[in-house]
Write a protein that binds this ligand. Sequence first.
Ligand SMILES: Cc1cc2nc3c(=O)[nH]c(=O)nc-3n(C[C@H](O)[C@H](O)[C@H](O)COP(=O)(O)OP(=O)(O)OC[C@H]3O[C@@H](n4cnc5c(N)ncnc54)[C@H](O)[C@@H]3O)c2cc1C
Length: 399
Amino acid sequence: MSKLDRVIIVGAGPVGCTAALILVQQGIPVVLVEREPELAEDLRGSTFHPPTLDMLDDLGVTEQLLPQGLIAPTYQYRDRASGAYAEFDLSLLQAHTRHPYRLQCEQYKLTRTILPMLEASGLAEIRFSTQLASITQGDDSVTVEVDGPGGPQTIEGRFLIGADGGPSKVRQSMDIEFEGFTYPERFLVVTTDFPFEEHLENLSYVNYISDPVEWCVILRVPGLWRVLFPTDPDEAEADVLEPARVEGLLQGLVATDTPYDKTHITLYRVHQRVAKTYRRGNVVLAGDAAHLNNPLGGMGMNGGLHDVFNLCPKLAAIMKTGAGEDLLDLYERQRRDITIEFIQNQTIQNKKNMEQIEEEQRLQHIADLRTMIADEEQAVAFLRRNNMLDALERANAIE
Ligand SMILES: Cc1cc2nc3c(=O)[nH]c(=O)nc-3n(C[C@H](O)[C@H](O)[C@H](O)COP(=O)(O)OP(=O)(O)OC[C@H]3O[C@@H](n4cnc5c(N)ncnc54)[C@H](O)[C@@H]3O)c2cc1C
């Protein structure tokens, strides 16, 4: 088999690993290049949406993920001041998905599950501690220079998938603009084993809590709660992370006699950006390399996974059956359009809903959601939109 019969994937995050698994299961060899010496174990994405679980199920992954996470059959929108809340029941999606629930499971468990499957496939060459340096394109090939443990090396392939995250070297090498904006405020995520469920009435595993000053998201992962807060854009990072400040945020949620036990504290910038194009010749972008959004709704990783479930069968069709490369333009039309139409708009709106200043508006929002919940047809329509089913249906309809 020629070296040109394979796909180079840059980045072994959830999107790169999943792309590799889809391709090897279709009989396409891959070279997966990862800058770090091992898979990341960071606390980032932790919500898998129902259609993502369906797709991963087709790869034999969901059954391995389920015991590593928590099934969230419901999720809530709450008003922090009044305690009023609206709870959506995902079981209403039974006719729409094989997995009518969200799975609360850290994203590193996905990559850890996939890695041995790739190794067992015999079709995946995985190179850790290897960083992309440059890309050159031929008519039917891509050549990359990488810096690996043995020094500079050259890798050739038929196509290259840039799954190397937000700062994407692939996107930069292809000179692709990353259009959009960056929020002035950073987001703070504090992870704790404090039992919020014993203090906040009827908490779900996923809770979006609105407040004019300090909205927050409270999410459960196995054994821990993660709480996400916005921070003051004018405050220095050191001040935001000052232990008494962080403690104060948690005490503001539930006051306790003893300090909270905090497992992790992360402060990060949040962007709403989409690459101007997802394709330059034989190089295609997917995941965070192609789009970034705020985490309110848990759509970043899920959207990236949906990218490669769309892209990789198209690559396989081109490589195995000689289908036209215009399939890659279809990939861009299907995934880029819906990223803007659904994921960007929805996540921007989610943030606006949570930070509404007027109490009346916030309570009206909860009341509107409750009205929707009371009407099954409206509730299903909301759940389909909110859990990425509509976006996928719309993408598939784009020609
Ligand atoms: C706090 C937080 C909460 C989140 N919650 C959710 C959620 O609940 N649901 C959800 O869907 N999403 C969520 N997200 C977003 C999610 O984490 C990302 O969308 C997801 O990690 C994107 O995956 P990726 O594989 O595209 O990129 P990454 O996970 O960033 O992986 C990119 C990989 O490429 C490697 N790399 C980079 N440059 C190079 C190079 N030059 N050469 C070789 N390798 C390279 C990196 O080392 C990395 O391993 C959250 C994000 C944050 C920060």
